[in-house]
Design a protein around this ligand. Structure first.
Ligand code: LLP
Length: 385
């Protein structure tokens, strides 16, 4: 991606910055849409992964809907041109103010995560004279192969309606006159590459759906969430995530009643590989135990290594030779967790070299902070250089 031509165009820009390859984004979106389209599936893009307007414009143009978890994201999706009818509002702690604003915006669907939330939504909808379309988010309690901070579908997670509440919920429904339950939803976690996890989710989901249908509910939409992972180690080997395998697995194991639409909420797999974080080496030093490359990007730009011990591939753009040394690539923030990579093999690396942290398009810029009163990094798009 970062050939000499691109580097010469980027030269002179202040670092750190995020660089987005919009051509790769388009290819990724096109592939996802084509693979989902084989089975008539619909994708809502999870804005939480990256909510930059130029990215959203491409997503919208590719025909996906929007999956939002705050009124800020709902408003951003509207600003990016998504129609209210393409917007889903999820999240375990929606405030009354957010619910009212989303009701007034007449979004497509609320993914509801507790019995109490359903009651509150019903009351608020009655107050503003609307009827809310709802999908029930169930917690399928499945094991997932990913970092424990990004699992969401096991019994110990705060997400979704626990099975113990199902019967009470069904009993309550006839008294709720301003909510219309039309969907069943689940999301088990993120950065999942083991297709067996998705298979197990489908099997649990099928059982739960049948149970609800036996109680007289019928669902127009089934929403299986997001979670498909990407290759952080070899981003160039598989720049586009394995949508074919993912949707084929869903198709094989998810039971669908004729007429039911199937929806997904993908975030990371759509945007991770198109984004990179470019940073400059400020200093190098040989510590007692480690070599350090101190760079001008930090956990404030990319918190994933600090928060989830996540691996991101790091390359030296200024000296693309064979690796001879290992460096801990660390930022200027006053925290020992402020690292972008540990024991990173690189050629001899010097002050002024540019490094690139790959696969930073998802959960990078959106999770940035200005801790230590640092400036926020800019975004540069491939169509601007
Ligand atoms: N739907 C729901 C209800 C979610 O909670 C999430 C992500 C998604 C969809 C999108 O999942 P994806 O396709 O992106 O895996 N900050 C963490 C990831 C947190 C994911 C939160 N939920 C990270 O950097 O790994």
């Amino acid at each position: 991606m970062f050939d000499q031509t691109l580097l010469s165009k980027l030269k002179g820009r202040p670092t750190p910055f995020f660089y987005y390859d919009l051509a790769l984004l388009e290819t990724t979106l096109g592939t996802a849409q084509a693979e989902a389209g084989r089975y008539g599936y619909h994708i809502h893009y999870a804005l939480k992964a990256n909510a930059n307007l130029p990215i959203l414009a491409k997503v919208q143009k590719a025909g996906l809907g929007a999956d939002c978890v705050s009124i800020g994201e709902v408003n951003r999706a509207l600003a990016a041109g998504f129609a209210p009818g393409q917007i889903v509002f999820a999240g375990v702690g929606k405030t009354d103010r957010e619910l009212v604003a989303a009701l007034q915006a007449e979004i497509f669907c609320f993914n509801v995560e507790s019995v109490q939330e359903l009651q509150v939504l019903d009351q608020l909808a009655a107050q503003v004279g609307k009827t809310a379309t709802v999908a029930l988010r169930i917690n399928p309690n499945v094991e997932v192969n990913t970092h424990k901070y990004i699992t969401t579908g096991s019994a110990e997670n705060k997400f979704g309606i626990p099975p113990r509440d199902f019967a009470a919920l069904v009993a309550l429904l006839p008294s709720l006159t301003h909510v219309r339950v039309r969907g069943l939803h689940s999301h088990i976690g993120s950065q999942i590459r083991d297709m067996d996890n998705f298979k197990q989710t489908c099997l649990k989901f099928n059982e739960m759906r049948q149970w609800f249908e036996q109680q007289g509910l019928s669902f127009a939409y089934l929403n299986l969430g997001g979670g498909l992972g990407v290759d952080y180690h070899q981003p160039d080997d598989q720049p586009v995530a394995d949508f074919a395998h993912y949707f084929a697995t869903m198709h094989q194991y998810l039971q669908v009643v004729p007429g039911q639409e199937v929806h997904f909420e993908l975030g990371r797999s759509l945007v991770a590989q198109c984004g990179s974080l470019v940073t400059q080496v400020l200093y190098t030093k040989q510590g007692e135990a480690k070599n350090f490359a101190v760079v001008d990007a930090a956990m404030t730009e990319l918190i994933r290594p600090a928060l989830y011990q996540a691996y991101h591939r790091i390359e030296n753009l200024s000296h693309p030779g064979a690796a001879t040394t290992q460096y801990d690539v660390v930022g200027p923030v006053c925290e020992s967790s402020d690292f972008l990579g540990k024991d990173v093999p690189m050629p001899l690396t010097e002050r002024g070299h540019w490094l690139v942290v790959r696969t930073a398009g998802a959960y990078g810029q959106v999770m940035a902070s200005n801790y230590n009163l640092r400036d926020l990094a800019e975004a540069v798009y491939s169509d601007q250089v």
